[in-house]
Write a protein that binds this ligand. Structure first.
Ligand code: TXA
Ligand code: MG
Length: 330
């Protein structure tokens, strides 16, 4: 366990970003807003700083981390982009897409951040606060979600402080994450590219831009010894309460998580009830998801009963996170 620190609250302004940049260049840990979720950033080229991420998160193992950069030219100094990767980067960066590409031989990112892989997962976030922080840091920043391992990803600075106050150097006190689920991860190591993690950019948009269907990891590289997206532990997004999916009838002691206009039978006996999007808007639901799980968890309910959510568009990422939250705990 690392020693306790004073966690500074940095305003999302010029002096706050300058301090964030100083902390990061000195090997410190700074949580910051992105459009997907809050990230816990460290200098990706500094192995000791990256080790601090794992310590603060209490991660059981060293998963490769997403490396964030401010511009495509910077990404091109770290990795080799083939035609698919360039097309996706030009279409969707900055934005909620992470692209896995072969790292260059002279890539300065630490082996720990890459978990020893020959490939690197890169992303340019679109939140202006994230871009300002990356420019101030002036180097690639490794950043997983800013939560303790196994907990729900943070979408506000308060969520970050609930988990990491005293364990990290600073938090940029920005707005709520606009998208609310992590970036979509696409591997361009093979053609057609493989969707490793559904996320804030819908599969349909990526396939339209590529002009081909994305492959499924199990089918294309199923016999790899290491999982393709090793961070995808099944019980990953876990509230303390149990989570029950596709619920039509609520049971005693449960909290209800609704979507759209469909109601659940028995909501009058629910401990607490929230609707991810009364109008049935999947983007609104994604943005509300992690905060709603936290709120219903805090209601003391033994279990959270979740209504069916459509499987298309951002619904793919929402259902993925909900299945992880519902998976048996280890
Ligand atoms: O939205 C997001 O992507 C957030 C924000 C903070 O940007 N970040 C995030 O990072 O979710 P992280 O570190 O929690 O997600 C890392 C994921 C893991 O599933 C990991 O296995 C995968 O990226 N990954 C990283 N490098 C990889 C590589 N070379 N090949 C395959 N998967 C990789
Ligand atoms: Mg995470």
């Amino acid at each position: 366990m690392s020693e306790m620190k004073i966690t500074r609250h940095l305003a999302p302004d010029a002096s706050g970003f300058a301090s964030a940049g100083e902390f990061l260049r000195a090997g410190g840990l700074v949580a910051f807003p992105t459009e997907t979720v809050y990230g816990l950033g460290a200098d990706a080229t500094n192995g000791l700083a990256v080790a601090g991420i794992y310590a603060a998160k209490g991660r059981p193992s060293f998963n490769p981390l997403i490396v964030h950069v401010a511009a495509l030219e910077q990404a091109l100094t770290l990795a080799d982009f083939n035609a698919d990767a360039l097309r996706l980067a030009k279409a969707f960066w900055p934005g909620p897409l992470t692209i896995v590409v072969p790292r260059r031989a002279d890539c300065p990112v630490s082996e720990l951040a890459l978990a020893g892989l020959d490939s690197i997962a890169l992303r340019i976030p679109s939140a202006p606060e994230a871009l300002a922080l990356l420019k101030a840091a002036d180097r690639p920043i490794a950043a997983p979600s800013a939560n303790r391992s196994g907990r729900v990803s943070p979408t506000t600075p308060d969520h970050v402080l609930e988990d990491l106050d005293g364990l990290i150097d600073a938090v940029v006190m920005g707005p709520s994450a606009e998208i609310g689920v992590e970036s979509t991860i696409v591997s361009c190591l093979v053609h057609p590219p493989v969707m490793l993690r559904p996320g804030g950019l819908a599969r349909e948009a990526i396939e339209a831009k590529l002009g081909c269907r994305l492959a499924d990891p199990a089918v294309s590289e199923g016999d790899h010894a290491a999982p393709l997206a090793p961070g995808m532990l099944l019980s990953h997004y876990a509230p303390r309460a149990k989570v029950r999916l596709n619920v039509h009838t609520i049971e005693e002691g449960e909290a209800a998580l609704l979507f759209g206009s469909a109601s659940m039978t028995g909501t009058e006996r629910s401990v607490a009830t929230l609707n991810l999007s009364p109008s049935g808007d999947l983007a609104e639901a994604a943005a509300a998801l992690f905060g709603a799980l936290r709120t219903l968890d805090a209601s003391g309910a033994s279990s959270i009963a979740v209504a069916p959510i459509p499987a298309y568009g951002l619904g793919e990422a929402i259902n993925d996170r909900l299945h992880r939250a519902a998976a048996p705990r280890n």
